[in-house]
Design a protein around this ligand. Sequence first.
Ligand code: NAI
Ligand code: MG
Length: 393
Amino acid sequence: MTKTIVAMPGDGIGKTVLPEAIKVLDAAGFNTDYVYADIGWDFWCKEGNALPQRTIDLIKKHKIGLFGAITSKPKDAAEKELDPSLKSKGLQYFSPIVGLRQHFDLDLCVRPCKSFKGNPLNFIRKVSNEKFEEPVVDTVIFRQGTEGLYSGVEWTNPPKVVRDAFETHPKMKTFKNVASEDLAISTRIVTRKVTQRLIREAFEYAKKYGYKNVTVCEKPNVLRETSGMMWSEAKIIAKDYPGIDLWDTNIDAQMMWLTKNPEIYGVIVAENMFGDIISDAFAGLVGGLGFACSANIGKEYAVFEPTHGSAPKYQELNPSIVNPIAMILSACMMLDYIGETEKAKKIRTAIANVVEEGEVKTYDMLKLKGGPDVFNHGACTTQQMTDEIISKL
Ligand code: NAI
Ligand code: MG
């Protein structure tokens, strides 16, 4: 059966890397139809909505999305760049990728961070003055995608009912003399069923792919309620998986541990924001954002995207310098999800071969500062990287 994939290039380099991934999918023999959908900053500026209803309708119909990246800007910039005719309408900018996750209940954000042999960006560890080790990092982050600190329930100058409700908490005493207009509040919402699914899926993944441990990376000693619920649910669910160890780390300590012994971590579970942070940090150990792929998976819908953003400073460069691998690996996650695992494997092997050979490298793999002159220092273009991967298929 031919599936239709909703292709959402978005902004900046999203528009560059998404077509590259589709070229690779085509070359791997994945024959499908794509419908292109609008998302991102331009649509905020022109229409006052970065995630237009027509895009939501397309995903609703076709169920699977492949997404590039979008640009998000703070509140002031969002208001300033809005079309003048829309300015007085009280419109508010929301990140459309966060919006997609919430609208389609894409509660599992899966981010594998696995080193490719020969990648010059791999984490290395100094053992002695002469000796270095290059441990193989193979960690998969299960980041909660719809709630936590990114739930969006927040206020500056909270209305009186909200303030009154907060005042019922003894800890609000500290803030009792702060005027409401000087008060900004964000909430961290964790719910039991969503937490249970996240943790169970993480264990299932560990079981399926042979990972030896699942780590809950939170901060239950301080965030006693939200992190506390995650940890207590994890202890219950872990009993169903006797062969897999359950570990807990605090988010701050985890950031330190991953610079010391990242190779010991298998699957890591975390709330939305903590998962955002550790997945970028782990990505840094295996090549950085040019290699970091992700899947947003709900019960009915799924959207696949590189972890990186729209990198606006590189969007105008022609030819393009950015690394398409993160986007291509995200497309592989889509193939796995659809059941086209052989094609996904073929593409990953092709990428591994290109990286190991080391003949063709984007600027990031050469540790160059990005810019139009990277080609003079041996970097390939985005398209050359794609072509090299295709040649290996
Ligand atoms: P970014 O991920 O766009 O770029 C950060 C840096 O990472 C770049 O300057 C570049 O050095 C490197 N980089 C990113 N992608 C790369 C690639 N494919 N190849 C080589 N190097 C790459 O993050 P930044 O600069 O913080 O944000 C830019 C915009 O993207 C912002 O508007 C932000 O809100 C948005 N953003 C969107 C995301 C999404 O669409 N899911 C995620 C993160 C940021
Ligand atoms: Mg991030």
